[in-house]
Design a protein around this ligand. Structure first.
Ligand code: FES
Length: 259
């Protein structure tokens, strides 16, 4: 969800027909979680302030226009929120369909094939078909007219521990923020705008090894799309069981998964 609010002042609101009382400043997403309602999301975490970039967590508030992101919208007293109305469900499917149409993973709409949060969420929002033509790899690289695309990047294999495939990236910014917030490093940045925006190592070589990356893996842990992936997982597949532990190496306290 989103980080806990610290206020002592309490606010009561209604979500999907249930009253809930939470500290002022709590996000609607977190208040819903208190009720056991899990709002679909891709870019919100418990450890970092919400950024509101993926637009999957949209909800409706009775008497108000629009569909605000539940991760960035704080609770307000007396409001009635709907997290599963037909309208928000349809919008979520539309958002997910656009992500899926530009995501080169076969079977993204197949729930049994879920190895990234993007796939899990595609199944959760009920995405069954993608009406838009996916962009083929050679078109990404050369464009429909055969001209080389200056924004195309090969998979970055330079880091010894993980790879970065920008074609799977939805530019949610979680990796950039994890790098700054968790590790205090500024190895990653977002370049460009709109459809052409992308995550970059921010150095002329444009790869992880040449950047300030210290290989802490914080970015890989938060990536919801499989764009950043541990090399061991790419080679050997997902472990069938894992534990979360804390590395004693540098004292920063990053958690990492040990198989
Ligand atoms: Fe709220 Fe991404 S989870 S916008």
């Amino acid at each position: 969800g989103t980080p806990a609010a610290k206020s002592k002042k309490l606010v009561t609101l209604n979500i999907d027909g249930y009253d809930v009382t939470v500290p002022e400043g709590t996000s609607i997403m977190r208040a819903a979680a208190e009720l056991g309602i899990s709002v679909p999301k891709l870019c919100a975490t418990d450890s970092m302030d919400a950024f509101g970039s993926c637009r999957l967590c949209l909800v409706e508030i009775e008497g108000r226009n629009g569909t605000p992101a539940s991760c960035t919208t704080p609770v307000m007293p007396g409001i009635k929120v709907h997290t599963q109305s037909p309208n928000v469900q349809q919008i979520r499917r539309g958002v997910m369909e656009l992500y899926a149409s530009d995501h080169p993973v076969p079977g993204l709409t197949d729930a049994a094939n879920g190895d990234s949060q993007l796939q899990t969420m595609a199944a959760r929002v009920g995405l069954r078909e993608i009406r838009y033509q996916p962009v083929a790899d050679h078109v990404r690289q050369y464009g429909a007219d055969g001209t080389a695309n200056p924004d195309w990047r090969p998979v970055d294999e330079s880091n010894p521990y993980f790879t970065f495939d920008s074609s799977k990236c939805i530019v949610c910014s979680l990796c950039v923020r994890a790098c700054e917030d968790v590790q205090g490093t500024f190895a990653l940045t977002i370049e460009g705008r709109g459809f052409d925006s992308r995550v970059s190592a921010g150095v002329s070589e444009d790869n992880f090894l040449s950047s300030d990356c210290v290989s802490c893996g914080a970015c890989v842990q938060v990536c919801p799309t499989g764009s950043l992936q541990e090399k061991s997982i790419a080679e050997m597949g997902l472990p069938d069981r894992s534990v979360i532990t804390t590395c004693a190496y540098c004292g920063v306290g990053c958690s990492f998964k040990a198989e």
